[in-house]
Ligand binder design. Structure first.
Ligand code: FES
Length: 159
């Protein structure tokens, strides 16, 4: 009788456990994504930003490190910017923190501007104008072995 009740309980709970802790889709793997920049990162000028994309083969994405809303830690980005601001290099996901459109560098005003609803960000990622409620999300990175590459935390989505 106990074995029968255990069997019934496992059968009833198993779908709930799979729902709560799904297996990652086959082929997905977190790791470091090495991306090439248009110039060595140590030669960035102040106010200059380099756009880069996540590798497309295999299909990959960067993992956001902070932020909030649609840019919360763990969310994915398919492109980013390395920017030098007041002597410090930062790397951001390209996603606007309002609804996720891609921001673009406004070199004249030294800001990142979103074409969708007008949000603007300082080069340090903080909000200059809404409706974006929170800053751009940083990406976790380090210099690559080559001066024109950076290693960014990401995920391979599939092969
Ligand atoms: S998505 Fe950027 S302002 Fe709305």
């Amino acid at each position: 009788m106990a074995a029968l009740m255990t069997s019934v309980a496992v059968t009833a709970i198993a779908p709930l456990l799979v729902y709560l802790w799904p297996h990652p889709p086959k082929g997905q793997k977190k790791g470091i994504l090495t991306v090439a920049l248009d110039k060595p990162i140590d030669q960035l000028n102040d106010g200059e930003a380099l756009r880069f994309n996540a590798p497309a083969s295999p299909n990959s994405a960067f993992i956001m490190a902070d932020g909030g809303g649609d840019n919360a830690a763990g969310e994915l980005a398919f492109a980013g910017f390395a920017v030098k601001n007041n002597g410090k290099v930062s790397v951001f996901a390209i996603n606007c923190s309002h609804l996720g459109c891609s921001v673009a560098l406004n070199a004249k005003d030294k800001s990142f501007d979103c074409p969708c609803h007008g949000s603007r960000f300082h080069l340090d990622g903080t909000v200059l104008n809404g409706p974006a409620p929170v800053p751009l999300s940083h990406l976790t990175w380090k210099q690559g072995t080559d001066p024109t590459t950076i290693d960014v935390d990401g995920i391979v989505l599939g092969y």
